[in-house]
Ligand binder design. Structure first.
Ligand code: SIN
Ligand code: FE
Length: 308
């Protein structure tokens, strides 16, 4: 199976024919990467100055922007330069939103915007611990922001000015990863998730779903043999192209490249054409139980700790 599904279109507000919309949703949900070979996020003359790793503060992996609060992090720039950098990143957020909303209107209505990121650092030069090392195959899961079964949809644009591709590896289908690693994962400990929220380590309640997704993420990254020998292929996303993928479902690793934009969206499972394809449905089927309900024993515990 070709891991990419090509979609033609050269602007972020292209109006796609209905058969293309259907094909796009089906391909995405089946675990393909939608690839837009003619869709470039074009920078204007002023923005070219930001194609420089010195935009970063030198500590963060990415420059990150929260479209709902307007807060920009990870840059050392100040004053009007910072404002222009922020405007560029915000422009990408709007473009990515327009693309998803017009291509897949069923998602568009319920779409929740997550962070936007701009990645001016060469992938090979991003130092990190194995958990943060995105050059190891993984499915995405956020340790501090539980998403309780909601999908993680991401839009990427490679803006490399020297024509360099973004090199990824793509791994085996979600169900195969889950079958391999679920038996190695510990069951969630009762009380632990409430404690995580109470101490501010998670923004909201970490469900069993989040527990298993984080477990998969860490187990995949931590298994050297799996990294080298599982079924996988390399894909190069050329400069001046865009792609979109459910990164909670598709095992991926970034191997090389510099200057990338990324926008995260959260899509409720009920908006999918095929909810049975979601990691939530697959994990619930494999484990034989619901994974997003709060457990009965945790509610009383919460009250008693608050009262003390
Ligand atoms: C990732 O989402 O794991 C990394 C993608 C990239 O930086 O190319
Ligand atoms: Fe990732």
């Amino acid at each position: 199976m070709d891991p990419l599904e090509n979609i033609d279109g050269d602007s972020f507000d292209t109006v796609f024919p209905v058969p293309v919309m259907d094909r796009a949703a089906r391909a995405l949900e089946s675990g393909k990467v939608l690839f837009f070979p003619r869709l470039a996020f074009a920078l204007n003359a002023e923005e070219y100055a930001f194609l420089d790793p010195r935009c970063s503060d030198g500590r963060s992996k990415n420059i990150s922007y929260d479209p709902s609060s307007g807060v920009l992090k990870g840059t050392g720039l100040a004053g009007s330069e910072r404002e222009r950098l922020q405007a560029m990143v915000a422009r990408f957020a709007q473009s990515a939103h327009a693309l998803v909303a017009t291509l897949i209107p069923a998602y568009g209505r319920q779409l929740r915007m997550g962070r936007t990121s701009y990645r001016p650092i060469e992938v090979k030069e991003r130092p990190s611990s194995y958990r943060k090392d995105d050059s190891r195959l993984h499915v995405d899961a956020f340790p501090s922001r539980p998403n309780r079964g909601e999908r993680i949809l991401r839009v990427f644009s490679n803006v490399n000015p020297d024509g360099r591709g973004r090199i990824w590896r793509l791994g085996e289908p979600f169900e195969a990863c889950a079958k391999r690693f679920l038996p190695t994962l510990r069951r969630p400990l009762p009380g632990q998730r409430w404690l995580l929220r109470a101490t501010g380590l998670t923004a909201g309640y970490r469900t069993d779903y989040d527990h298993y997704m984080l477990g998969l993420h860490d187990a995949m990254k931590g298994d050297e043999h799996y990294q080298r020998h599982c079924r996988q292929c390399e894909v190069a996303f050329p400069a001046a192209t865009t792609w979109m993928v459910f990164t909670d479902q598709v095992a991926h690793a970034a191997m090389a490249g510099q200057y990338l934009f990324e926008q995260t969206f959260h899509v409720p499972v009920r908006c999918l054409q095929d909810p049975a394809s979601a990691p939530l449905a697959i994990l619930e089927r494999l484990l034989g139980r619901a994974l997003t309900a709060r457990t009965a024993q945790e509610a009383p515990q919460k009250r008693s700790i608050r009262a003390s």
